[in-house]
Design a binder for this molecule. Structure first.
Ligand code: GDP
Ligand code: CA
Length: 302
């Protein structure tokens, strides 16, 4: 059996821990198609937060308390940059993490595509799933704030998603192509899962790559709601949905995917009705791996 998963960073990584465990018990192969809209260049380094969150988490090298980055991280380089007054000061770049960005940037500069760079980094981390960036081209999410484009990282971390925002744009998406292996993974999957990731800034930039959304239509696609009881559980997805004028409900988020979903998995306490989509209830709190495996089981059975 083959499973393809569309995923963002931290929520995607937690979900993939469950998918990987389910797959190990069912002799299934997993391909994760990962958002690159958060990617950013800082101090000349190419940083891919969602790919790295998944790589570190599945590779057992993530910081579980902070929620992002490496376990046992130190911040010497960040301190030294601050001593030079070399901004931005709002972006956390750990010493161990920087090594990943150095290797990635060196390879990208030499002309190696991001998908091949990701495979190379994963030789170390052995995540147990095939990780593909949605695209090898640059697609960067920007918030449009009072007519000005603000990179997603700046909007999210520096401004805490709290400045007046008209819309989001995925710069570069129109010219992007699915990375090698993405369309094959979707075409050969027995089931495609949409992780309970941020619908606006994690899943939408994947769907914005021409060809990906089309490849989902008519397939068996099961989405898992990132919204439980009208709240985004962790993080600030509510602020992103507000920009779109979309209510913070499982039903409204499922509606964003209605054109390709076969089934929409929502929490036991929620209700939703989406035309043409089967709605199924299950506990959706990813409290630990066992709970997440049960979610995956429910999704695969939809
Ligand atoms: P990011 O790229 O690091 O922001 O991570 P993702 O976009 O992959 O995931 C963030 C989303 O995960 C948040 O918007 C939450 O709505 C969702 N989320 C986090 N924890 C849980 C959970 O336990 N259950 C469900 N259903 N969703 C969750
Ligand atoms: Ca992200």
């Amino acid at each position: 059996m083959r499973i393809a998963v569309l995923a963002g960073g931290i929520g995607g990584a937690r979900f993939l821990l469950g998918v990987r465990a389910w797959a190990a018990a069912h002799d299934a192969e997993v391909t994760a198609i990962v958002n690159v809209g958060d990617d950013v260049t800082m101090h000349g380094l190419r940083i891919c937060p969602d790919l790295d969150s998944i790589m570190y988490t599945l590779g057992g090298g993530n910081d579980t308390e902070r929620g992002w980055g490496r376990a046992g991280e130190s911040w010497r380089v960040k301190e030294e940059l601050a001593a030079y007054g070399a901004g931005p000061d709002w972006f956390g770049l750990g010493d161990k993490d920087i090594a990943t960005h150095l290797v990635r940037t060196r390879m990208l500069t030499a002309g190696v595509p991001l998908s091949a760079v990701t495979a190379r980094l994963n030789e170390r981390w052995q995540p147990g799933v095939t990780m593909l960036p949605a695209t090898d081209q640059r697609v960067e999410t920007h918030a449009i704030c009072s007519g000005q484009a603000v990179h997603f990282q700046e909007w999210w971390i520096r401004h805490r998603a709290e400045i007046p925002t008209e819309s989001f744009v995925f710069t570069g998406a129109a010219e992007a192509r699915p990375a090698p292996g993405v369309l094959d993974a979707l075409a050969s999957a027995d089931v495609i899962l949409v992780a309970p990731s941020n619908p606006v800034v994690s899943i939408a930039p994947i769907l914005a790559v021409p060809g990906i959304r089309e490849a989902l239509r008519g397939r068996r696609v099961v989405g898992i709601s990132p919204i439980i009881g009208g709240s985004p559980v962790r993080g600030m997805a509510d602020k992103c949905l507000a920009v779109l004028g979309v209510p913070v409900t499982a039903e409204a988020v499922g509606g964003l995917y209605a054109d390709f979903l076969t089934a929409w998995l929502i929490d036991s306490g929620d209700t939703a009705s989406i035309e043409g989509v089967k709605v199924v209830n299950a506990p959706l709190w990813m409290t630990d791996e066992a709970a997440t495996v049960a979610m995956v089981e429910a999704a695969v059975r939809c």
